[in-house]
Structures are given as C-alpha cells and as structure tokens.
Design a protein around this ligand. Structure first.
Ligand code: XMP
Length: 512
C-alpha cells in the first residue's frame, strides 16, 4: 500500500486515485497519524499531499515526527515538498512571486522522477512559498522562472519532492512522474480489477459466513455493484429489496427488475410503494419536508420488507449490505465537517430493534473503480455508467407539490433529454443532467393555431469532478435545440424549455 498523508487539501483524494491508476493500492491517512501507526500499515511508499496552509502559517500541520527517518520512500508534493525541504534543512521562504496555474518547468537533471521526460514541460503550480536551496544530500532536478528548486531528490534516502502537482490533469507528464516514484519505491502494479474482485469476494465470505444478508437497491451504481459483489460471494444467502417509490425516471425500475437480475441472478424482492409515497407527499411543497418524508417512508417500507424476509426464511438476517464509497469514509473520518446544506437520503437510521452489521464491500473504492468493478462483474452498462441520481428522485425535481400526472410529464421530458444526450455521444462528458419541472409556473405560448398556457421545464446539465462544485455544461446548440423541439412537441402541457446557466456555488446542482 501507498499512504497518502493528507495535509488538508482536496488534492489528497486525487493523488490516491492517480496512484491507483498506476495499479498500486493507496490509502489516505490524516497528517496527525503517528508514524508508528503509519508503519504498522507496512507502506511501500508515502506521499505527502499539498495543503491549503503555508509552512509558515501558525497552525500549519507539521510533518509527523520521525517520518523521514522511517526508511520508507517518500514523495512530497507542494506543501509536502516544502515541509520536507524545511524539515531537512533546505531554504524555504515566502516569496514575492506566487505561481498559480500552468507554469513552464525546466529540467536541470533528469534524476529518477523526470527520467526520459522533455527538458521543457508544462506543470500545474499553486504556491506562495518557495524553496531556494535543497537540503544537504538532495540534488535539484528542475526549476521554473521563479522557483529555483521546483523538484529535488535524494536517491540514497529515496526522498523526492516536487513543487508542482503531478496529480492534476494539467501537469503534462504528471502520471509518469508518479509512476517513476512508485517504481523507485519498488511498488508492484498488482491493484487490478481481477484482484479486487477476488479479494473482496473472499472478504465478504469470511465476514458473512453462512448467515443471511439483505441489500436495498436504489437503481444507482453503488448499491448495484455492492449487491452484485456480495451475490458472487454468498449467492442465495443474499436477498435484495427494491423499493419502487414511483419517483424514478423512465425505464429505471425495469432496469433493476429485469436487467440487473438477469446479469447477477440475485434474489430480488420488488415492492411497489408508489401510492404510499404519493399520499405521504400529498400537497407538500417544501423541499426539506419532501426529503424527510421520502427518507422516512423509504425506511418504513424497507423495514417491513426486511421483516417479511426474516419471516420467510425463518432465520435472522444479520447483515445489511451498503454501497458506501471511499470518499464518504475519508470525509466522515475527520475534518471540520461540511455545513448541512441539504439532508441527504440514504439507507441510514434504521430502527433500533432491527440491528444489522454492515457489509460495505466498496469502502475502499473510488467511483471510477466501482464502475470498472461493475463492468468486471458483468453488469449492464446502463447501470454501470448511470449518472448520479438523488435518492429522493424526481420528487425534488418537481418544484411544487408532487402528483402522479406531474411525475409522468417530467418522466417524459427527462427521457427525451437523456436520449438526445446519449445520441450526441455526450453521456460521459456530463456529470449529471437534471430536468426540472416548474409545476406551479405557467406561461403563455402558441402552438399550431392555438394559445397554450403550459409549464416550463429547466435543463440543468452540469460538469463536475465530485458534485461539491460544478459548472453549467456548454451543450452544443444543436443538441439543446433538438431537446427543446422534441419536449415541446411530444409532451403536452410543456410549452417552454429553459437552460440553467448557474455554477455551483452559488446554485446547487438540484433545484431543491
Ligand atoms: P446538490 O443539489 O446539493 O447535489 O448540488 C449534489 C449531488 O448530490 C445529489 N443529491 C443527492 N443524492 N440523496 C442522494 O443520494 C439526496 O438526497 C440527494 N440530494 C442531492 C445530487 O444529485 C448531486 O449529484
């Protein structure tokens, strides 16, 4: 394993992902973890991440005590590089000139990390503090116009540092730099999908033994892949429950009921609870209230089915399978905790008397890995490549009260938008493409020879890396035009199509 020591930047996860792209397992640890604890994980290499602080700020996180003496090959990036240089006796100072963004790097001596790379290359920088002389034992391998030491290494101690960010896309040869480091550290590229499947299946088997497990399918990637993996491990000891709350998009319920079952052979219990959800939502317009009602009803329905499954098998169900991903684990593991912007709904908070132990086979994986795992497990690509979709579904994409008729309208409009996006080959360029029905708004239009008085829908295509921030997607005009024409022609009652051009922040991705 490679440990990525997190100094509090959003870059740590990206570094960990890039290391895994090199087929080496990586794990993120906080910079407050004592070195002994790190060494207990038997790391082959350590990477010190960038951080928001400057090494000179009061309260700047220190390098864990004794880290550079531990004998583990270590790469410092940005803040990690400066901290390494300073700790080992290099000259590091606040500089007048900051470097942000794309910067030209000049290789002075290829060394290990820059071996075989062009003498001039473009890298991504973000720093105000500059290292002007490396610590004793280090050689300088690259510089920029304002950073005399932009990369350095001490091959004898296998310590390496780069001021630039090799993990970001804009650094031309970033991945090669990381590969060179991993190779120098003796990491073997053994983190492959085949191995992940084997290891995870083994782990689930030994955790669950001969007991029973249940899993709630949402129609999304995470729960589907988690279920498929557990199914492969324990077969008929697993029962999946699919609560159809009636707020899914067109065709999605069928995808779970037919395609998913066909691909995995999973024992599936489908509960059509749409009437129940609709009556619970009757007349409710407040977004938070909608979310709470949907979350609450979901838990109730799921609980009822769990009891039925227990009764049917005449034995306890000990395990609940959940599709928790690594970013959730990292984010809930510490830090300041983000403000509660919206109450998210997932299968948490089950009642006290229904006690389960959790099986979370995706706990160490990033989303892109989960998708590849899903492919490896033979899941249909509609499920594997599905864009994120909120648990409360279309319920929070109808602005106003939710009714069956409004859901039908929105489902049609949404299906058209998705079809046209797919037809344009843009599915994987767009993070998410909500279509929102402004159900309480009417506007005047003209169609054929008549005046219309219908509802608008809002197209909200966004690009994003992780949904924390997002930008509105610049869809080609022809695609927008086709969507607009088709929706207004094919969906009676919708006579206007508008595009949301707000980034996040200040807008959120969903409208509610
Ligand atoms: P916002 O609207 O806050 O959404 O920018 C960020 C991401 O989260 C999704 N989302 C949810 N996902 N349950 C979920 O599972 C929810 O209640 C929920 N609300 C928002 C949203 O679709 C986007 O990807």
């Amino acid at each position: 394993t490679v440990l990525v020591v997190d100094f509090g930047a959003q870059y740590a996860q990206l570094i960990a992902r890039r290391v895994r792209e090199c087929h080496v397992f990586s794990e993120i640890v906080p910079s407050t973890m004592p070195v002994a604890e790190m060494l207990a994980k038997r790391p082959k290499a350590i990477i010190l991440s960038g951080g928001p602080a400057s090494v000179y700020e009061p309260g700047a996180p220190p390098v864990p005590d004794g880290l550079f003496k531990a004998g583990v090959p270590t790469l410092g990036i940005c803040y990690g590089f400066q901290a390494m240089a300073r700790e080992l006796g290099g000259m590091v100072a606040n500089s007048d000139i900051a470097e942000y963004g794309r910067t030209d790097l000049t290789v002075v001596d290829e060394g290990t990390l820059l071996a075989g790379l062009p003498a001039e290359q473009s890298v991504w920088m973000s720093h105000r503090v500059t290292c002007s002389a490396p610590p004793a034992g280090f050689m300088v391998t690259a510089r920029t116009a304002s950073a005399p030491v932009a990369a350095m290494e001490d091959p004898a101690r296998r310590l390496y540092g780069v001021q630039f960010h090799p993990e970001v896309m804009h650094t031309e040869h970033g991945l090669t730099v990381l590969r060179h480091f991993l190779a120098a550290a003796g990491c073997r590229p053994s983190w492959t999908m085949v191995n992940i499947v084997e290891e995870s299946v083994e782990a689930v088997r030994s955790q669950v033994g001969d007991k029973r497990a249940i899993c709630a399918l949402s129609g999304g990637v995470d729960s589907a892949v988690a279920a498929a993996l557990v199914q492969r491990a324990i077969g008929s000891q697993l029962t999946c429950v699919f609560v159809d709350h009636g707020l899914l998009r067109k065709g999605e319920a069928l995808q779970v009921e037919k395609d998913f079952v066909a691909a995995t052979g999973v024992d599936l219990k489908v509960v059509d609870a749409s009437s129940r959800f609709l009556s619970a939502l009757d007349g409710v317009t407040d977004p938070e209230e909608k979310r709470k009602i949907i979350g609450r009803e979901f838990i109730r329905v799921f609980e009822e089915s769990a009891r039925e499954i227990v009764d049917a098998h005449g034995e306890a169900v000990e395990f609940l399978v959940q599709g928790t991903l690594y970013p959730d684990v990292v984010e809930s593991g510490g830090g300041t905790g983000a403000a509660n912007i919206k109450s998210h709904h997932n299968v948490g908070g089950l009642p006290e008397d229904l006690k389960f132990s959790l099986v979370e086979p995706l706990r160490t994986l990033f989303k892109d890995e989960v998708r590849r795992l899903g492919e490896e497990l033979g899941l249909p690509s509609e499920i594997v490549w599905r864009q994120p979709f909120p648990g409360p579904g279309l319920g929070i994409r109808i602005i106003g009260a939710v009714t069956r008729e409004r859901l039908d309208l929105l489902r049609e409009a949404d299906a058209i938008a998705r079809e046209e996006l797919t037809r344009a080959g843009l599915d994987r360029d767009i993070w998410q493409f909500p279509v929102v029905l402004l159900a309480d708004v009417r506007s005047v239009g003209v169609q054929g020879d008549g005046r219309t008085y219908g509802h608008p829908v809002v197209l909200r295509p966004v690009t994003s890396e992780d949904a924390m921030t997002a930008d509105w997607a610049r869809l080609p005009n022809e695609v927008l035009q086709r969507i607009s024409t088709r929706i207004t022609n094919e969906v009676a009652e919708i006579n206007r199509v508008v595009v949301d051009i707000t980034s996040k922040p200040p807008g959120t991705i969903e409208w509610e």
